[in-house]
Ligand binder design. Structure first.
Ligand code: KPL
Length: 321
């Protein structure tokens, strides 16, 4: 199958490499240094038995792209602009799997695809809620760092179950385990609650996910989880504390070696998803009149950190290519 992977961070690169290994015809849209390294030497997939995988790599979505499916793996803050660019370049519409952290991704992707010219795009959008961890080691090198799965689902009203089944077959064929999401909104929340507990703590202290299970980080993570849970409850998404804590520690265990995506972003002086995860929870909490002091503190601290560590706007533009 021809697969266009738009967004070759850690997850896009890992998924692209595994799909190419399984015999699919993969093109990755990547930052210039990553794309150049992949074109020159292939994409190195580290792990117990490192391999080099040959696949296509380009810096921009090629105009008039012909593909059977799109994997949209950019960060949440790039979803709108990138989905618009996909719709302009890929015609007619093809099934698109949106894999990123954050809430409300399906309507955002659908609206952006419509703005780019796809008619009735919701029918083509499948949401992927991913817990498979990976790290981008450097240009042309990606490393899987634990275990997880991809939950797949659509907008219950207008999404197409056929495409969920298609992406399940595609990812399963590449050894990327999938499961039906059932209620996508609820599962997005579950992932957001887990991200709100793990990602800012790991980013704040520069620790791998596994350390979050230990004091003093454990206490901080649980405080953030509790505040985020109060917001999800106010939004009508009810999780028992016991259920979500069990899920949190399961993800921490299975991704213990991983540096969270937020920590990897700070490592590389890239914009983080703090606003899409904890910031979104804070904004929703405010609407419900909820005080979230721990969340507010960490959002402010990480925003300040990002402002200090991000390169100047000019250098940032050249990093983005
Ligand atoms: O989603 C992740 C992320 O880093 O963004 C987890 C599953 C927490 C793995 O680190």
């Amino acid at each position: 199958m021809r697969v266009l992977v738009v967004g070759a961070g850690a997850i896009g690169s890992l998924f692209g490499a595994r799909l190419a290994q399984a015999g699919h015809d993969v093109v990755l849209v990547a930052r210039p240094a990553h794309a150049t390294a992949i074109r020159a030497h292939g994409l190195r997939l580290e792990g117990r038995t490192p391999v080099t995988v040959r696949l296509g790599a380009v810096e921009r979505i090629p105009p008039h792209s012909e593909t059977d499916a799109v994997l949209l793996t950019v960060k949440s803050y790039d979803v709108a602009a990138t989905a618009r660019a996909v719709a302009r370049a890929v015609r007619p519409p093809v099934p698109l799997l949106a894999v990123q952290n954050g809430l409300g991704i399906v309507p955002l992707v659908a609206a952006s695809l419509a703005a780019g010219g796809w008619p009735e795009p919701t029918a083509f959008v499948v949401r992927g809620i991913n817990s498979i961890p990976a790290m981008l080691v450097g240009p042309g090198v990606v490393k899987p760092t634990g275990e997880g799965e991809v939950l797949l689902g659509t907008d219950g009203e207008s999404g197409t179950p056929r495409f969920v089944a298609m992406f399940a077959r595609l990812l399963d064929s590449a050894g990327l385990p999938t499961r039906p999401a059932g209620d996508v909104v609820r599962e997005e929340w579950r992932k957001a609650l887990i991200n709100a507990a793990i990602n800012p703590v790991t980013a704040d202290h520069g620790i791998p996910n596994g350390q979050v299970a230990k004091d003093p980080w454990r206490g901080q993570a649980l405080e953030l989880l509790e505040e985020a849970l109060a917001v999800s409850e106010a939004e009508g998404i009810d999780f028992s504390r016991a259920e979500i804590e069990r899920d949190l520690w399961r993800v921490v265990r299975r991704t213990a070696e991983n540096r969270s995506s937020m920590l990897q972003d700070l490592d590389r002086a890239k914009r983080t998803e703090i606003d899409a995860i904890s910031g979104a929870i804070l904004r929703l909490g405010e609407r419900h009149g909820l005080e979230l002091p721990a969340t507010r503190r960490i959002v402010e601290r990480l925003r300040r950190r990002a402002d200090r560590s991000l390169p100047s706007p000019t250098a940032r533009r050249s990093l983005q290519g």
